[in-house]
Design a protein around this ligand. Structure first.
Ligand code: FES
Ligand code: FES
Length: 158
């Protein structure tokens, strides 16, 4: 019907086709159509960062993007961060630094942190805090998150 649309996208390197309601958000499509529940729904209104994914390499709040807008784009979720040789270095750093407690915000934090380095925004702890400020952590793991990002940024010469 007029409210249904076919979306052709690539999720974590694999082609995907979704038939979704035009009002479906990317977050809903990822969780409900693709079964990728690593991406979390916190506020559903762009305020918490729990739903952060990468779209064509840039970080996006998936609760604020329509699934239809993903047509022809490359999506990466937390499930796609790890490589064949193991966890992504940022995931390893989060483990080393205990950068989570309940873990609800963690996938969003990871997706933001990986992009932060790409954006060249990890030059100091203050800069990391500023550019990660869209990712809230109700457990208050901020200090350890900054330490994890700092370690990877230092290693990358950022
Ligand atoms: Fe998207 Fe909170 S669920 S920003
Ligand atoms: Fe619980 Fe961040 S670890 S919300």
């Amino acid at each position: 019907d007029q409210y249904t649309v076919d979306v052709f996208t690539v999720v974590n390197g694999a082609p995907a086709q979704w038939r979704v309601d035009t009002r479906t958000t990317l977050l809903e499509a990822l969780r409900d159509s693709a079964g990728l529940t690593g991406t979390k729904r916190g506020c559903d209104q762009g305020a918490c960062g729990a739903c952060t994914v990468h779209v064509d390499g840039a970080r996006v709040l998936s609760c604020l993007m329509l699934a239809a807008q993903a047509d022809g784009r490359q999506i990466t979720t937390v499930e796609g961060l790890a490589g064949e040789s193991g966890l992504h270095p940022m995931q390893e750093a989060f483990l080393r630094h205990d950068a989570f407690q309940c873990g609800f915000c963690t996938s969003g934090q990871l997706m933001s942190a990986v992009c932060l380095l790409r954006e060249g925004r990890a030059g100091s702890d203050a800069e990391i805090r500023e550019y990660m400020s869209g990712n809230l952590c109700r457990c208050g793991a901020y200090g350890n998150i900054v330490a994890a990002v700092r370690e990877i940024a230092d290693g990358a010469g950022a």
